[in-house]
Design a protein around this ligand. Structure first.
Ligand code: HEM
Length: 529
């Protein structure tokens, strides 16, 4: 596997020759001086080497990810346990990568922060991305997760608004807690997520010591076609460590790349970070006995009812050789599943599944799946053709090269046999509608999470949320306070006290109110007119 990612379409294997050439293979004899008319004179335009060098440089960047722009990656291996808890894994899924004890599958992982741009500090309060590409014998499986186990929203239609509110203000280009908490205040389903986010769980100490979670609900399907609902979780064998705001401030003052450096250096030292992959399993139905919907990603599945069952271990043991090629151009998507793994009806999961490959066709290009980091290490045979930057066909060795379509009787590609029984298709007897799910229960788990925190975690949450709320106008303050009070009365009371204390401090309590002031100004103008 090690060499696969290094392979380029043209070979560079000339022995021990470090002579500089341009991309056409012409030796470059002068890389210091452009060609000019006289040594002070104007630059000539036929200067091919210069033009090639500078125009390529001008195109070095591709658009950064619209979210999760800042990231770090590493290669490694996943080793299956062959079991899920005490049972054979085949009872629940026929996915080949999990079946045999000791079976190894190469992986690539990209960790990230979410909201800020490509070189933003890694100490910011933000969820962290934890995306894994498994290069399985059945093709790729991407598990695109975060460190936290839940999310802000449960409907994909709200995602662009959420991201706009959290990203820097469109005028000042600065993230503004009033805009952030304005969205949160008016989206009560985010109460649980902000309870985690404003606690130390919102600033993991580094990438090696954080958990991962698929967040959304998937399915496993066994050889009989029977399905169960599953959630995926990564548990770090290095332990878990999160930061207080003060610690994060100090680290940021010294090094705003600390998480990338920590991961890279640990791997270079041979201290390979490891995570165990666990699943929670639930029968594939509506579960009327629960006070939440199993397809609602703002909810935790209680561990006492749905225990974490280990299925394998991942070790990251190799740093990328080129950041752009392997980390920046890596493309993960929730639609990238292998046989035995399936979607559930989780609306967020379905919205995400469209969004990832759509953005990647824009961000990297139509043929992003051919790049070495994204290409499966298993056999590929398609009738796709053309598109920018395509450099190889996906033709199978025995295929009639004239037949790039299917069906055909002339020796083209043919459909694969089924790997097992299809799982019982869903039966829907309902109307098309736009409606919230039943059992939204926006506050109960937020309250439980608040009460389950250790004292120092709760103190940090109060301090962080209280001081950020102090920067907001009263309408937003009261809405957020009402939501968290609904979750837990003590939570609401303590955040209010902290907020009022900060507001009373002339140094700290300066409200931002930029968006609010602009709204007021517009209102006054309206009245004048
Ligand atoms: C990245 C969309 C929810 C985890 C992205 C990207 C988009 C996106 C467009 C950029 C992908 C790229 O340029 O390659 C969405 C939408 C969501 C959603 C529309 C909801 C409807 C979530 C959730 C999670 C998550 C719930 C957590 C499980 C990630 C991660 C990445 C990412 C880890 C970075 C992947 C990488 O390292 O390349 N998302 N996302 N997203 N998203 Fe989401």
């Amino acid at each position: 596997m090690a060499d696969e990612n290094k392979k380029q379409p043209q070979s560079n294997d000339q022995e021990e020759n470090v002579t500089l050439t341009n991309r056409q293979g012409h030796p470059v004899t002068d890389n210091q001086n452009v060609r000019t008319v006289g040594n002070r004179g104007p630059v000539t335009l036929e200067n091919y080497n210069f033009l090639e060098k500078i125009t390529h440089f001008d195109r070095e960047r591709v658009p950064e990810r619209v979210v999760h722009a800042r990231g770090a990656g590493a290669h490694g291996v996943f080793e299956a346990y062959g079991t899920v808890g005490d049972e054979p894994v085949s009872k629940y899924t026929r996915a080949k990568l999990f079946q045999e004890k000791g079976k190894q599958t190469p992986v690539f992982v990209r960790f990230s922060s979410v909201i800020h741009g490509g070189h933003s500090p890694e100490t910011l309060r933000d969820p962290r991305g934890f995306a894994t590409k498994f290069y399985t014998e059945d093709g790729n499986w991407d598990l695109v997760g975060n460190n936290l186990k839940i999310f802000f929203i449960r409907d994909p239609l709200k995602f662009p608004d959420m991201v706009h509110a959290f990203k820097p203000d469109p005028i000042t280009n600065v993230q503004d807690m009033e805009r952030f908490l304005d969205f949160v205040a008016n989206s009560p389903e985010s109460t649980h997520m902000i309870t985690f986010l404003f606690s130390p769980w919102g600033i993991p100490a580094n990438y090696r010591m954080m958990q991962g979670s698929g967040v959304n609900t998937y399915k496993w399907v066994n050889a009989e076609g029977e399905a169960v609902l599953v959630k995926y979780h990564w548990e770090p064998l290095q332990g878990i460590r999160n930061l207080k705001q003060e610690e994060a401030n100090q680290i940021q003052g010294l090094d705003f790349n600390h998480a990338t450096v920590d991961l890279y250096d640990a791997i270079e030292r041979g201290e390979y970070p490891e995570w165990e992959l666990c699943v929670q399993i639930m029968s594939d139905d509506y579960h009327p006995e629960l006070d939440f919907d199993p397809l609602d990603d703002t909810k935790l599945w209680p561990e006492d009812q749905f225990p974490f069952l280990k299925v394998g271990k991942m070790t990251l043991n190799r740093n990328p050789e080129d950041y752009f090629n392997e980390v920046e151009q890596a493309a993960f998507g929730t639609g990238v599943l292998v046989d035995g793994l399936d979607f559930s009806d989780d609306k967020m999961l379905q919205g995400r599944t469209f969004s990832y490959s759509d953005t990647q066709r824009h961000r990297i290009g139509a043929n992003y799946q051919q790049l070495p980091i994204n290409a499966p290490k298993s056999r590929v045979a398609t009738n796709h053709s053309g598109g920018q930057m395509r450099y190889q066909t996906d033709r199978a060795p025995g295929q009639n090269p004239h037949v790039n379509y299917e069906p055909s009787s002339l020796g083209g590609l043919q459909e694969a046999p089924k790997a097992g029984k299809d799982h019982e298709p869903e039966y829907y007897n309902t109307r098309l509608m736009r409606q919230k799910i039943d059992r939204p229960n926006d506050f109960a788990q937020a309250g439980e999470t608040y009460r389950n925190f250790e004292d120092w975690e709760r103190d940090e949450l109060i301090s962080n949320l209280g001081s950020n709320l102090a920067q907001c106008n009263e309408v937003i303050q009261e809405k957020v306070l009402a939501n968290i009070t609904e979750a837990d009365a003590d939570y609401g009371k303590r955040v209010r006290e902290m907020m009022e204390k900060v507001m009373a401090d002339p140094e700290k309590g300066k409200p931002l109110h930029r968006a609010h002031m602009a709204a007021k100004k517009a209102e006054e103008k309206g009245h004048e007119a």
